[in-house]
Write a protein of this length. Structure first.
Lengths: 745, 226
């Protein structure tokens, strides 16, 4: 399938003053629509220069290689030469000639490509990909006299652009396109995402031996070029001029997308103040590393974390800056402490509620861009504070939030903008739901979905989904009755064929291979191993037996399968006081000579997966992290618990894995769960179940979008009504249906 | 002091490891050349720092020989020269700061755990100092590590002594060097670990002339065995 995408970059912001550029982007799109690749506006990623010195468009395609196009919108009045350098007079000022700008950029592109043998033949000193440039004058007809005769640049007038591009297209239409491999490498080099490639193991590349140990398979699956898919690329390389929502399943690259946006914005708009807000303490370092790595590779500088980019946990404290603690500091408030929050169902929500009550009017806009990761964990009060902190008006505030409703460990789902961002003095929502309708420049939807999962192999992801939704459980936890909702999380609805899915009919869903980009599944199949091996369910009789099994399996993985200890995460699903249990497990591991950490309980919360250590943790703390091997302990607790909270924590835990999963548990519960999981795997890669009655689903979306206290209130009313059935006669039929009174006891 | 050698130290450590097997949750003990030390040994003591911060830094940087299930961290360091003579030694116990509010009661705050409480404590301690009315804060019950140092070349102070980090320049001089096991027994009251199995009265001559068990644990007199 051919796709020619537009990567809008900062065009949404520049558009009003760039009529020719908007027209040119239309022309490029029209002429090249049948090619495979993309064109980008002011693609800063390549260059260390400031945005003014970036050519207007970079076109990268499988058919034509690379074409750099610069649109000169203003009239060039004259040209002078000093020290072999040409300068142009535009308006009253002299600036570098655009020829110089294009030349420098072309050199930067070449330098990027030169490092890869696939793209540059070092012996013959030639590129295996065509690189062209084009200058387009909008206000000069006699442009030839402006050009440096020594440079041999191709130039046209804007009126000739379409004809030129059509001829360019026709000349090359019979050429053999670049191979997928070469094209992937070009994209990775151009976009700078090669820095995200996991470190390649040179020995495993040179070693042609077959894959034996678990580690062999892991290493091999990591030896892939990190190339963003087109969807990821479009979203991360674009800076919207207003709000944007990104929905993405576990492992679809939400954090990378947000970090790229932060780094690119920081390099494009040096003056912008950026806030990156997140909820899982252990993510702090990886967010900082991703931004630093990308920004560093692009600019050769360190990001300005002192003054321009704030990476904040929503809470914060003396040891680490967080949004709440910093706001308290700047507003002169005494932060609430844990003791004052005891008994609060959502302490974070209470903190921000208190903050709004005390200082709502004193919060002033300071940020030009706010990126919110793990938005499903944040209460509306936090969004309201962010709204007040962001510059701009209404939905023109650059607030971008990424979420996955399956990773919500509270019994709530993500709300719509009207419920999130608070209300103005007149009681109207600050941001309307409709603000998320439509697209930004470059056809980037304001409400965006990332469909491809990079981390989790398909059998693991489907098990996670299947259990989270309870598709094979006696009671369903989540259910989508719309086809589009299934598509959004990467499934095709085979049956029924109607748009909506009625209750009590047979449903067949399929997860196409193309939505899972982890190569492990293919590697295993190619080596004659069943992919269902990726999930092992282990039944034992006691907690100690769980620990013994895990410790002997970890020992085997580390010593025989050559897995690095830091690539093992053990997640405890039990609730309440699980500290002693985890310390006990740590002792059992230590007795076999394996060291481990328990972030947040023993070590600090951000000490996650240190080298040579196994990590023992909880679903909440594991969020946002990944590893090759994941153990779940106390999995028996999932079997009879159909609440979204518990089922989602199973989902979060399992999807941390980019390889193998062990579901360990004791007693009757684990037998039931095993039955559920084998049902899921038996039908792989399809789900086959009877759609439940809406009233049977525990995690009703309507119900879920309310807070705990509202739910309590509803339950209280429901109880009153159930005890006094005569009240029903006084209530509207619709309300009765909505509250599902008949199914309540 | 002539009697201390690498083998004696290693035996003492082995005995601790074997006896406390059920309580060890982290073990970094290693031997580098003629030193008994811990993996990734970093020199220097964190000075002039609030104890919970000092403690957490020891834990996070894994600067301990053993970590026990009550979260006490122990350091055992002995450096011998090629002739088998002890050059320097350092034994330390970093007790769990143990906030006054028991962790169990805080689980109603779902997802907030022990170390978060610690952060909160560190955060609000600044307020406490300026605002003594505030009582909504957690306090650590332990505020210091305890250590035993030996430095054969020391000039400014005695070559071997106990020191308590919480009190500057307070040293208890000794005329002996402790074995790991003896140090551990000395610190027994500071830990929530059962050390009774470590006490072997037949073997421990220096305990044998005491009859009262409590006094046995806390004495600073070293009796040479005859």
């Amino acid at each position: 399938m051919k796709n020619f995408d537009f990567i809008a970059g900062s065009l949404a912001i520049d558009a009003p003053s760039s009529p020719f550029i908007l027209l040119a982007s239309q022309i490029i799109k029209e002429v090249f629509y049948e090619t495979n690749g993309y064109f980008a506006y002011k693609f800063i990623s390549i260059s260390k220069d400031n945005p003014k010195n970036i050519p207007t468009f970079l076109i990268v395609s499988q058919e034509y290689g690379i074409l750099i196009v610069d649109i000169i919108q203003e009239k060039v009045l004259s040209t002078i030469e000093r020290d072999e350098e040409f300068y142009w007079k535009i308006g009253d000022e002299f600036e570098y000639s655009r020829e110089t700008v294009v030349f420098n950029y072309e050199e930067d592109v070449k330098n990027r490509l030169r490092t890869k043998p696939l793209l540059f033949n070092k012996k013959k000193k030639i590129f295996n990909v065509e690189i062209n440039t084009l200058l387009v004058f909008c206000e000069n007809n006699e442009y030839q006299e402006l050009l440096d005769p020594d440079l041999d640049n191709i130039a046209v007038n804007f009126s000739e652009l379409k004809d030129y591009l059509e001829a360019f297209h026709a000349q090359r239409s019979l050429n053999t396109p670049l191979s997928d491999e070469v094209f992937a490498q070009i994209c990775s080099q151009i976009e700078g995402t090669y820095i995200f490639e996991k470190e390649k193991n040179i020995n495993s590349l040179l070693n042609e031996q077959s894959l034996v140990t678990v580690n062999d398979f892991i290493e091999e699956s990591l030896n892939v070029t990190f190339k963003q898919d087109r969807v990821q690329r479009q979203i991360s390389m674009q800076l919207p001029n207003g709000i944007q929502r990104i929905r993405g399943l576990a492992g679809t690259g939400k954090t990378i997308v947000l970090c790229l946006k932060a780094a690119l914005t920081h390099s494009t708009y040096k003056d912008f103040k950026i806030l990156y807000l997140f909820n899982t303490q252990s993510l702090y370092k990886s967010i900082q590393n991703l931004i630093t790595k990308y920004y560093g590779a692009e600019t050769g500088l360190l990001p300005d974390f002192e003054n321009k980019i704030d990476i904040y946990h929503a809470w914060g404290g003396a040891a680490k800056a967080g949004l709440y603690s910093e706001l308290c500091k700047s507003l002169g408030l005494k932060p609430l402490s844990f003791n004052q929050l005891r008994g609060s169902g959502d302490p974070l929500k209470s903190l921000y509620k208190d903050l709004l009550a005390k200082a709502s009017n004193r919060i002033t806009p300071v940020y030009d861009l706010v990126l919110i990761d793990e938005a499903q964990d944040f209460a509306p009060e936090i969004f309201e504070v962010v709204y007040k902190l962001t510059k701009g008006e209404g939905d023109k505030k650059r607030i971008i939030w990424a979420y996955d409703e399956f990773q919500s460990l509270k019994d709530t789902v993500i709300r719509e903008p009207e419920d999130l961002f608070g209300r103005n003095a007149e009681g109207e929502p600050n941001i309307l739901n409709a603000s998320l309708n439509g697209n930004y420049e470059g056809d980037i939807p304001k409400d965006f979905t990332l469909p491809n999962c990079y981390r989790t192999p398909r059998p693991v992801l489907m098990t996670a989904h299947g259990v989270a939704m309870g598709l094979y459980a006696p009671q369903k936890t989540h259910m989508f009755y719309e086809k589009t909702a299934w598509n959004a999380i990467g499934y095709n609805v085979i049956q029924p064929t109607t748009h909506s899915i009625p209750e009590k009919i047979e449903v067949i869903l399929e997860r196409p291979d193309s939505n899972s980009r982890n190569t492990l599944e293919k590697l295993l199949t190619d080596n004659g191993k069943p992919i269902t091996d990726l999930i092992k369910v282990k039944e034992v009789n006691s907690t100690l037996e769980q620990f013994d099994y895990i410790s002997s399996e970890c020992h085997r993985l580390i010593n025989e399968e050559k897995v690095a200890p830091e690539q093992i995460i053990i997640i405890n699903l039990s609730k309440g006081d699980n500290k002693h249990e985890m310390i006990r497990l740590r002792n059992v591991l230590a007795a076999r000579g394996m060291n481990s950490v328990i972030p947040g309980y023993v070590e600090s919360p951000d000490i996650f997966q240190p080298k040579d250590h196994i990590t023992i943790t909880t679903p909440f703390r594991a969020k946002g992290n990944e590893s090759n091997i994941v153990f779940l302990i106390n999995s028996q607790l999932v079997a009879d618990d159909h609440t979204p909270r518990t089922r989602n924590s199973f989902f979060v835990s399992l999807t941390r894995s980019r390889g193998w999963c062990y579901v360990v548990g004791e007693g009757e519960g684990i037998k039931k769960l095993k039955h559920e999981i084998s049902g899921i795997l038996r039908n792989f890669p399809t789900f086959n179940f009877i759609s439940p009655l809406k009233s049977e689903v525990t995690g009703k979306l309507d119900y879920l979008s309310r807070s705990d206290s509202e739910i309590d209130e509803i339950n209280r009313i429901v109880n009153i009504i159930n005890n006094n059935p005569e009240i029903l006669n006084l209530i509207d039929e619709n309300v009765i249906a909505k509250l599902n009174l008949k199914s309540e006891k | 002091m002539e009697s201390i050698n690498l083998k004696v130290i290693e035996n003492s450590i082995r005995e601790i490891q074997d006896t406390l097997k059920a309580d060890i949750i982290g073990n970094n003990i290693c031997r580098v050349g003629d030193s008994v030390t811990w993996n990734d040994y970093q020199t220097g003591i964190i000075k002039n720092t609030y104890y919970p911060i000092e403690y957490q830094s020891i834990i996070d940087r894994k600067q301990y020989s053993l970590l026990l299930s009550d979260l006490s961290a122990l350091q055992f360091y002995y450096n011998f020269n090629r002739d088998g003579k002890l050059i320097s030694a350092r034994l330390a116990l970093y007790p769990n700061p143990d906030l006054t509010l028991p962790v169990e009661n805080v689980n109603e705050l779902q997802n907030l755990q022990y170390r978060d409480l610690m952060y909160d404590h560190m955060f609000s301690i600044m307020d406490i100092m300026s605002d003594l009315e505030a009582r909504d804060c957690l306090f650590p019950t332990n505020t210091s590590h305890i250590r035993f140092d030996y430095d054969g070349d020391a000039k400014s102070h005695s070559t071997s002594h106990f020191q308590i980090s919480g009190i500057n320049d307070f040293r208890i001089d000794t005329n002996f060097i402790l074995l790991p096991k003896t140090f551990l027994l000395l610190c027994e009251n500071l830990m929530d670990i059962d050390l009774s199995l470590l006490i072997n009265l037949n073997e421990e001559h220096h305990f044998s002339d005491f009859t009262d068990k409590n006094r046995n644990k806390w004495h600073f007199r070293y009796l040479r065995s005859h």
